[in-house]
Design a protein around this ligand. Structure first.
Ligand code: GDP
Length: 364
């Protein structure tokens, strides 16, 4: 899973991205992740792993991870090829969700590209570029479909959706603000439009605004209002503080956050928000060697979940010995859980739930 960080110049993207790479997960554990200079891999915080480690006396913990991709350089005019315009837009096409950083801090020492701090204008500057790019894609698609529809009447409904989307975009609204039926959703998804991607707005505030989560910051209020109109989320962070936190060890980090009156870092909030935004959940595996979290889409069945660990498990799937994390914690040991009948034998149609602790049985 990859999230792309976008935003105007000088809003704090690099500061945030540096915090991400500093906090970086041990890459040896994540061979599937692309390691490029503009990609940072971070662990998804999961308190459950520590408790499981105690129960199983495991040697190590392996959290699951997500990737952030720094898409710097998006400026006004990008869709017309200004700057390296189209190149950046194509990077956005490859990510599953967008993290849009907006400046919500005043600081006379940090120049704003448009001369003043105005988060809504900033958001719209970027969004307009994405909208223009989507319109271009749609126009081509509509032309093609119109031709094909002459011979194939069944394409009329597709054409109708395409036209409706184009209208919305021409009204300066992103596609994600539209509602589609389940069937239409699948069709729209494969168009891979930039403004259909889910967005998290990151309000970058000054240190003092962290304690009430930005509630007393007027800029943040405006961003929240804007985001709620298009069904998007807002995470409040202070990029500068994040880059300081990223340099600390776990204990120091906890102490530092406590001093700020916080319980979790902005980066952790962002990671969690991204995770749930994409409809992702974690199932867990545990044993003396390691406890580990694995990422799946909500709705994944047991064999396919096992396939995340190894393709042999999916191919030779017999059943999944499953216990809910809470059930295991409530009785304390696996043997007690078995005695109480809390461990279920689930078959190939079982839909895995967040926090399921699973032992897969399979034929090799
Ligand atoms: P980018 O162009 O969006 O990548 O922005 P940078 O991360 O390079 O930040 C631009 C400038 O803003 C740098 O001088 C940062 O030190 C400063 N900056 C970033 N985050 C904050 C913040 O939370 N508060 C303040 N006061 N300055 C910040």
């Amino acid at each position: 899973m990859k999230l792309g960080i976008v935003g105007l110049p000088n809003v704090g993207k690099s500061t945030l991205f540096n915090a991400i790479t500093q906090a970086g997960a041990e890459s040896a554990n994540y061979p599937f992740c692309t390691i490029e200079p503009n990609v940072g891999v971070v662990s998804v915080p999961d308190e459950r792993l520590l408790k499981l480690q105690q129960i199983y006396n495991s040697e190590k913990i392996v959290p699951t991870a997500i990737e952030f991709c720094d898409i710097a350089g998006l400026v006004r005019g990008a869709s017309k090829g200004e700057g390296l315009g189209n190149k950046f837009l194509s990077h956005i096409r490859e990510v599953e969700a967008i993290v849009h950083v907006v400046r919500c801090f005043d600081d006379p020492n940090v120049v704003h590209v448009d001369g003043s701090v105005d988060p809504i204008r900033d958001i719209e500057t970027i969004n307009i570029e994405l909208i223009l790019s989507d319109i271009e894609v749609l126009e081509r698609r509509i032309q093609k479909t119109q031709k094909a529809a002459k011979a194939d009447k069944s394409l009329a409904s597709e054409l109708e959706i395409l036209e409706k989307i184009k209208e919305t975009l021409e009204g300066n609204k992103p596609v994600r603000s539209m509602n589609f039926s389940d069937d239409d959703q699948a069709f729209v998804k494969q168009l891979n439009l930039l403004t259909y991607k889910p967005v998290i707005y990151v309000a970058n505030v000054c240190e003092d605004d962290l304690v009430d989560n930005g509630d007393s910051n007027e800029y943040v209020k405006r961003v929240r209002e804007y985001a709620s109109n298009e069904n998007s989320q807002v995470v409040v962070i202070c990029a500068q503080i994040e880059s300081e936190i990223a340099e600390l060890g776990d204990d120091e980090k906890a102490e530092f956050l406590k001093d700020l009156g916080l319980t979790e870092s902005g980066l952790d909030k962002l990671i969690k928000a991204g995770y749930s935004l994409l409809g992702l959940i974690s199932f867990l595996t545990a044993g003396p060697k390691e406890v580990r979290a694995w990422t799946i889409k909500n709705g994944t069945k047991a064999p396919q979940a096992g396939g995340k660990i190894h393709s042999d498990i999916e191919r030779g799937f017999i059943r999944a010995e499953t216990i809910a994390y809470e059930d295991l914690i409530s009785v304390g040991t696996m043997s007690a859980a078995k005695e109480k009948g809390l461990v279920r034998l689930e078959g190939k149609d079982y839909i895995v739930k967040d926090g399921d602790v699973i032992l897969f049985r399979f034929n090799v």
